[in-house]
Design a protein around this ligand. Structure first.
Ligand SMILES: O=C(O)c1cc(=O)[nH]c(=O)n1[C@@H]1O[C@H](COP(=O)(O)O)[C@@H](O)[C@H]1O
Length: 286
């Protein structure tokens, strides 16, 4: 279930790469649909009794990864909090990514990248290229340079993307619910383009979308997506399990529920972090 992409030998004898969607479906079946965010906020460093410097951040991030990566399906480090410390912070991020993958979690690196195709190729190499020190299983991407500009990341073998469609923040609605000339909202058009890439894949395609758990039900038609949905906004941003069910339906198949601050505030004890992760998974199943 971990980041190891090559799992079988294909008919022609060459290694067959397990698609990200299949790995994710297996991870969710085994561990539940929780995506644990690792967001080393200054306020959380204070709460864990750690200094607001790169050493405190390193201690926080490695402790959180160590406690949670053997428990949850997906670990989502938020790159911004690591980048804030420059090269030393990126070095910590590299360790977190490696450590979480080797403990059996899939790593969704939250970098929200998006650029013209040739630059996107470099981003894909940085985050989804097997040779990179930041090689993750999936990344978050922004489609505002055009969905097809994301192609280099969409074509990375065995890797996944989560495309921002309808984000959890209150400022998002005006732009993402704006109507295109075909009468669809921008958010719906992004979902539909992701669905086009996932057609025929099973059990889940590799192209996920980000839909905030905080948005009102009924805005989006996700019925044809055939891919995973990352739902941030649960916990610290106010969304509840009832909100998730109202938005995505009773059975949350394919929905990866993300929590960062609300989960991490249960640290620094590893047992407390794991207990809280288990509690969330059981409420999502019930
Ligand atoms: O892509 C994301 O993960 C994301 C998308 C979105 O719509 N809203 C959102 O909050 N996020 C990220 O999810 C995390 C939310 O953290 P908490 O609110 O502390 O659970 C942050 O790392 C955000 O950058």
């Amino acid at each position: 279930m971990s980041g190891t992409a090559v799992s079988h030998t294909g008919e022609n004898g060459s290694p067959e790469i397990t698609p990200f969607g299949r790995k994710l479906a297996g991870a969710i079946a085994a561990r539940g649909p929780l995506c644990a965010g690792i967001d080393p906020h200054p306020g959380l460093l204070d709460a864990w009794g750690l200094p607001r410097n790169v050493h405190g951040m390193e201690n926080f991030a490695l402790k959180a990864a160590d406690a949670l990566a053997s428990e949850v399906a997906v670990i989502k480090p938020q790159s911004a909090f690591f980048e804030a410390f420059g090269a030393a912070g990126i070095a910590v991020l590299e360790r977190v990514v490696r450590h979480a993958r080797s403990a059996g979690a899939l790593v969704l690196l939250d970098v929200k990248r998006g650029d013209i195709g040739s630059t996107m190729t470099a981003y894909a190499r940085a985050y989804l290229g097997g040779e990179s020190a930041l090689d993750a299983d999936a990344i978050t991407v922004s489609p505002y340079l055009g969905f097809d500009s994301l192609d280099p990341a969409l074509h990375a073998d065995g890797k996944g993307v989560f495309v921002l469609a309808r984000t959890s923040n209150p400022e998002a609605s005006r732009l993402q619910n704006a109507l295109l000339d075909n009468g669809k909202t921008i958010a719906q058009s992004i979902v539909d383009q992701a669905a086009g890439r996932n057609a025929g894949a099973g059990p889940l395609g590799d192209v996920g979308v980000v839909v905030g758990a905080t948005i009102p039900p009924g805005e989006l038609d996700l019925g044809e997506l055939n891919g995973p949905i990352l739902a941030p906004g649960f916990g610290a941003q106010g969304a509840t399990v009832a909100d998730l069910r109202a938005l995505f339906g009773r059975d949350l198949t394919g929905v990866l529920v993300a929590s960062s601050r609300d989960l991490l505030r249960h640290g620094p004890g590893a047992a407390e972090l794991r207990d809280e992760a288990r509690r969330i998974v059981s409420t999502l199943a019930g």
